[in-house]
Design a protein around this ligand. Structure first.
Ligand SMILES: C[S@@+](CC[C@H](N)C(=O)[O-])C[C@H]1O[C@@H](n2cnc3c(N)ncnc32)[C@H](O)[C@@H]1O
Length: 302
């Protein structure tokens, strides 16, 4: 029994969840691929509702936090399936069906996407804010037996993602000089070095000793690759919209949209502009620094 599951559920709830999982595993081979995926999605979507610890959507699991309301697994599954049914009826009433095709691709490479085939890109990439998307999937992946412990997350998930968390760089033991030397960083190298050196210095004064200096360098290497991959697959009249936010790890300001704009120019895109949507880091009293931040749409065109 993975420790995470025994921390998140009572024994009674776990028995129900395992029965549901067992039923799925027995039935899945008899179902079409679409029905398998829908059932898998419905079950996965109920896992947080029947846990008594802190499991808000998109949050890491907080085993010491208690929830006021928890659902019984079978009730949660009924509700989830009803919700999905309603969505499907709604689409069918409109006499429409999704034209979307999901491709499992790494945005840094876009391997299976032909050259000059895309005329609109709308994307919300990871921010350089140390959020660990691998950890966010831990409960679901543990339930399905895809990982057994936190330590498994790196090889199973994290190493395939844009390097936007310090977990990435500490695992990969990245060296700042090697990262900074990457040719992709050419248009921002001088500014980036100053920020990374400052982060390296500030780090010494912090108890957490987080490797933001290498995280930031690796983040821009990866995002530089994304712009190069996009340049290859987009048409000459393509519009690209990135939702971006700037960041200030350890209170050191990183002008994210400016650097994205320069990396995009270097990749061959002629125009970029930033449209601010909102301010960040101005509301909360418990914030770690008081550098005002913002968030908005970065538009990139040829
Ligand atoms: C800010 S979230 C966007 C979430 C999305 N808008 C949604 O509603 O699900 C960033 C997403 O980028 C994904 N991601 C990270 N690295 C990636 C990569 N190399 N290729 C493609 N997607 C990646 C993360 O897993 C995460 O889901």
């Amino acid at each position: 029994m993975p420790v995470l599951l025994s921390k998140c559920y009572t024994e009674e709830v776990l028995i129900h969840l395992f029965k549901i999982r067992q039923a799925y595993l027995e039935l899945a081979p008899t179902l079409s691929e679409e029905l398998q995926s829908l059932t898998f999605l419905a079950i996965s979507a109920t896992l947080r509702l029947s846990s008594y610890v802190g499991t808000a959507q998109w949050q890491y699991i907080l085993p010491n936090k208690r929830k006021a309301k928890i659902s019984k697994p079978l009730n949660a599954l009924d509700i989830q399936i009803a919700l999905m049914l309603e969505d499907m009826h709604c689409m069918q009433c409109l006499r429409t069906a999704s034209q979307a095709t999901l491709l499992k691709e790494d945005a840094r490479i876009l391997e299976g996407i032909p050259d000059k085939s895309i005329d609109l890109v709308i994307t919300s990439p990871p921010y350089a804010n140390n959020y660990d998307y691998a950890d966010a999937t831990r409960l679901e992946m543990t339930f399905w037996g895809e990982v057994n412990s936190w330590g498994d997350l790196h090889d199973t998930v994290r190493k395939f993602l844009i390097r936007s968390s310090t977990q990435h760089v500490s695992k990969d033991r990245l060296k700042l000089d090697a990262l900074i030397a990457d040719p992709i960083l050419e248009p921002i190298r001088d500014e980036l070095i100053l920020v990374c050196k400052e982060l390296e210095k500030v780090r010494e004064t912090k108890a957490g000793n987080k490797a933001y200096h290498t995280m930031i360098a690796a983040y821009f290497v990866d995002m530089g690759s994304v712009f190069h991959a996009l340049r290859r697959v987009t048409t000459s009249d393509c519009k690209i919209c990135f939702i971006v936010g700037d960041s200030a790890p350890y209170g050191v300001y990183v002008p994210v949209e400016q650097w994205f704009g320069k990396l995009a120019n270097e990749a061959g895109f002629c125009l970029w502009s930033f449209e601010k949507i909102r301010q960040r880091n101005i509301k909360w009293k418990n914030r770690k620094h008081n550098i005002p931040l913002h968030e908005g749409r970065l538009w990139i065109e040829n």
